[in-house]
Ligand binder design. Structure first.
Ligand SMILES: Nc1ncnc2c1ncn2[C@@H]1O[C@H](COP(=O)(O)OP(=O)(O)OP(=O)(O)O)[C@@H](O)[C@H]1O
Length: 592
């Protein structure tokens, strides 16, 4: 037997809403009733028929005493009635045990899944950028299923070990010398199973790593489907996926082979042990065959449960590395948790940034940034690629924590503010529009209830986001599906829908990360219109690539190598910065 069994007991008990001790108690009862049923009735029946043969009872005279104590005559009928009753009670106990087992399995699975979802939500954006998506996906799906299987198998282990112990104790009661010898034999078999278990653990861990790689390739395969298809890189990429499938198959075969050895070694080992012990008992210790028969029966069952346990334990070890993988991921997530400010806010007003510095490792990304953004004003960040615009916008939007310096919202440090209440007031239009594989209505309202009030708000937003024509072209159907990643609509429409979502939300601050790819002139004009429309309604931070769109913003900050080198209105900047002038000219937008 492996003592790690107890180590996991504590861990799993924490996951389950039903106490595992109760499950074990029921197992003992079922085992006890089964054992009594098995051994008591053979000699008792014999006694009931013969009525005077106390020899047949072995160590069980107390049963006859119990009958006499309750004034119940010992005859065939009374013994049979007792036996039927006993097995009915056992059946009820076993039924409750099954229900407990289902409850434990379900509540543990629920706890694991909830914990994973919550830990992902608590993970900071900075932390998220450090883990590969395959790792997360694999832990959330395959590894979670393996972990849940491990718990189910663990319950089967507990069940078998409880039954085994009950039978051992009963066998000791029937013939202790015989029992001791068999226990020694049983423990010796553990050496064989320990050896097998060692390899199963190694292959189980390998399976976790293969799953992680497979999921990683699979996610990228789906995200980059269009590119892979267009370039026929799909074939090369598929080879990577197939290699992981083959590796997984090979490792699972090895685990299966060990499991098959362990399953089929069971019976011959039991027979071997019992035969050796019988020979020793009869020829060297002058054992009594009648006493031994009950013990043999009990031991046969006991060893059966022991070896079944060992088989299950082997399978458990193949699956339990999933727990380590999940625990380790959740632990690494907890080192990148969100800021823990407590002050809830209901609005975002002026934003001040003082002496802000930010580095990734040793690389300084933002250097001594000082900015004041007035409430409902608009600012734009411009500069070459890699200048630090997105990083600065992410800090303003509360996605990244500043390493040194201050971000002050309405006079309060952002670290003191409850970040969820802050984000409730933030809208983010990312470079690649975010479209969920759902209907137009759900994409814009973010799954709000479809009642009159929300529908009215939805239609208003449709108009404001210049989506009316699109809407009418689709029979005013708010349930229009948009497809995976918005595959059923155009790039410009995706852009409008993602802006509409932010218009629907009641926001105070909007971060608009303009697409770096050349926008078509219509979308460019549209974005400018939207920026102008939002002017004075929300604070706007625009990461601008097309300078035409930010002509009317209040202040433009020109960034270079993480520093703000110039700032002012479009006109001012054009006058005083030759760099800005050349950027404008490059985009054929000579100031007029
Ligand atoms: N998670 C990260 N880990 C390490 N370095 C990063 C990370 N994110 C960004 N960087 C680096 O920080 C620097 C600034 O990146 P940022 O995205 O802020 O630039 P940007 O001005 O927005 O560029 P672009 O206009 O190309 O989007 C870049 O050199 C980039 O490589």
């Amino acid at each position: 037997m492996d003592f790690k069994l107890f180590k996991y007991f504590k861990d799993f008990n924490k996951l389950s809403s039903t106490n595992l001790v109760v499950f074990v108690i029921f197992n003992f009862f079922v085992g006890l009733l089964d054992g009594i049923g098995l051994v008591m009735f053979i000699p008792l029946l014999y006694f009931a028929i013969k009525n005077d043969d106390t020899q047949s009872l072995g160590n069980m005279e107390y049963i006859v005493n119990a009958f006499q104590y309750f004034n119940v005559p010992i005859n065939l009928i009374s013994v049979l009635v007792l036996m039927v009753l006993l097995f009915f009670v056992k059946g009820i106990m076993a039924y409750i045990r099954s229900l407990l087992s289902i409850k434990i399995q379900q509540s543990s699975a629920r706890t694991i899944r909830f914990q994973l979802i919550d830990s992902l939500q608590r993970l900071s954006y900075e932390g998220f950028s450090k883990v590969d998506s395959g790792y997360i996906q694999n832990n959330m799906t395959t590894e979670t299923n393996r972990y849940i299987s491990a718990i189910n198998i663990y319950l089967a282990c507990l069940q078998n070990i409880s039954m085994m112990l009950i039978y051992v104790f009963m066998a000791i009661f029937a013939d202790w010398k015989f029992a001791v010898l068999v226990v020694i034999g049983g423990l010796l078999t553990n050496i064989v199973f320990k050896y097998l278990n060692h390899y199963t653990t190694i292959y189980g861990q390998k399976l976790s790593n293969i799953g992680r790689n497979f999921q990683n390739y699979l996610i990228q395969n789906i995200i980059n489907f269009k590119y892979l298809k267009a370039t026929n890189y799909y074939e090369i990429y598929n080879e990577k996926l197939k290699r992981e499938i083959l590796l997984s198959e090979n490792t699972q075969y090895k685990i299966g082979r060990i499991s098959a050895i362990s399953d089929n070694l069971r019976e011959p080992l039991i027979i071997l042990i019992i035969s050796i012990v019988m020979v020793v008992q009869l020829y060297f210790l002058n054992g009594n065959m009648i006493h031994m028969m009950a013990a043999i029966l009990l031991f046969y069952r006991s060893l059966n449960h022991l070896t079944t346990f060992q088989g299950f334990w082997n399978k458990f070890l193949a699956n339990i590395p999933a727990k380590f993988s999940i625990d380790s991921m959740m632990h690494s997530f907890s080192t990148f948790s969100e800021p823990k400010g407590h002050n809830k806010i209901s609005r975002i007003g002026a934003i001040e940034i003082k002496d802000l510095n930010f580095s990734y490792g040793d690389r300084k990304i933002l250097d001594s940034i000082n900015i004041t953004i007035k409430n409902k004003s608009s600012i734009a960040l411009v500069g070459e690629s890699g200048a630090g615009k997105t990083t600065l916008a992410n800090i303003i939007g509360g996605l990244i924590e500043p390493k040194s310096g201050q971000v002050i919202i309405d006079g309060e440090q952002i670290s003191q503010i409850d970040i969820k209440s802050f984000r409730n007031k933030v809208g983010y239009v990312t470079q690649e529009p975010v479209i969920f594989d759902d209907t137009l209505f759900n994409n814009i309202t973010f799954w709000q209830e479809k009642n009159d009030e929300n529908l009215a708000k939805f239609w208003k937003v449709i108009e404001r986001a210049s989506l009316k024509e699109f809407f009418e072209a689709h029979d005013n159907n708010e349930d229009l599906p948009l497809g995976s990643n918005g595959i059923l609509i155009s790039g410009g429409q995706k852009q409008r829908i993602s802006i509409a979502r932010e218009l629907y939300k009641d926001i105070d601050l909007i971060i608009l990360d303009e697409a770096t790819s050349a926008l078509d002139s219509e979308t460019e004009k549209y974005i400018k219109e939207q920026i102008d429309n939002l002017s004075g309604k929300a604070t706007m931070v625009i990461i601008a690539h097309r300078l035409s769109t930010i002509k009317n913003t209040d202040i433009i900050f020109l960034m270079e190598n993480g520093k703000i080198v110039e700032f002012g209105s479009y006109e001012e900047l054009y006058q005083k910065s030759s760099k800005f002038q050349s950027m404008v000219k490059l985009q054929n937008l000579a100031y007029d």
